[in-house]
Design a protein around this ligand. Structure first.
Ligand code: NAD
Length: 255
């Protein structure tokens, strides 16, 4: 690869804030951004020590900033803490998310509320804080983590499907407003990936087999499958992309 092409994807000197980094997709994406040169603020409810260690081992800076993103006051406080530590934030990855499974007719109100708070309200509030900051600084990249359930209804997860459809709509709404101000807002829609989030459906052998058979790639995704897409959307290589939902799904939606 020549130097000009390398420079398009290089994140050296960039500072990112990634949510949901204690494990799963968030950890892999945070490490991927660091491998491309970025320093990373890590936000998850329980803290992200192992992720921070992995990033420091790469020679990049990591700040482990635990916060409960279901709470409005903690969203703002953790954003301010990250800006204080790093001086500025160039990349925001809204990845933290939860799922609650039960039939719609019996879906508990608390589950609905909790899912919407983490999967949607936190995405809006952090994007709002980041958007203001990035517009003031002349630009930035916001990457939301959507889902196949931004397009489909799923099974037994009404709140989750509603929240992920909303994330896709919010991505486009913010892109419309901020594209001309140098802020790229896009989303990644992962397919079926091997993480805690999908452990219950992988434990159901019949369901797991039927999902695998429907994936054209013939396998579930791994967290590392998101490293390339997140670096692409965080880098200059995607400067003319706005409001796009990038599906990383082994072909699931093409079926
Ligand atoms: P995971 O359960 O492995 O990780 C979720 C992360 O979010 C953890 O770090 C957790 O600490 C954090 N989190 C949860 N609630 C929080 C809160 N209140 N405050 C702060 N942090 C909180 O899940 P994952 O599979 O890595 O999912 C990451 C994202 O990808 C989610 O938005 C999920 O909906 C989405 N997604 C996952 C899949 C999949 O197949 N695994 C597919 C599509 C989309």
């Amino acid at each position: 690869m020549n130097q000009a092409m390398q420079a398009l994807f290089d994140l050296t000197g960039k500072r990112a804030l990634v949510t949901g980094t204690s494990g799963g997709l968030g950890r892999a994406m945070a490490i991927g951004l660091a491998e491309a040169g970025a320093d990373v603020a890590l936000v998850s409810r329980t803290g992200s020590r192992e992720t921070a260690d992995a990033i420091r081992a790469l020679g990049r800076r990591a700040e482990d900033l635990p916060a409960d993103l279901s709470r409005d006051d903690e969203r703002e406080a953790v954003w301010n803490r990250a800006v204080e530590r790093f001086g500025r934030i160039d990349i925001l990855v809204n990845n933290a998310g939860i799922i609650r499974r039960s039939p719609a007719a019996e879906h508990p109100r608390e589950d609905w509320d909790e899912v919407l708070k983490v999967n949607l309200d936190a995405v809006f509030r952090l994007s709002q804080l980041a958007g203001n900051h990035m517009i003031h600084n002349g630009g930035g990249k916001i990457i939301n983590i959507a889902s196949m359930l931004s397009f489909q209804g799923g099974i037994l997860v009404p709140g989750y499907a509603a929240s992920k459809h909303a994330v896709a709509g919010l991505t486009k709404a913010l892109a419309n407003e901020w594209a001309a101000k140098g802020v790229n807002v896009n989303a990644i829609a992962p397919g079926y990936m091997e993480t805690n989030n999908t452990a219950p459906i992988r434990a159901d052998r019949a369901r797991c087999r039927s999902i695998t058979e429907r994936i054209p790639a013939g396998r579930w995704g791994t967290p590392d499958d998101l490293k390339g897409p997140v670096v692409f959307l965080a880098s200059r290589a995607s400067d003319y992309m706005h409001g796009h939902i990038l599906c990383v799904d082994g072909g699931w939606l093409a079926r």
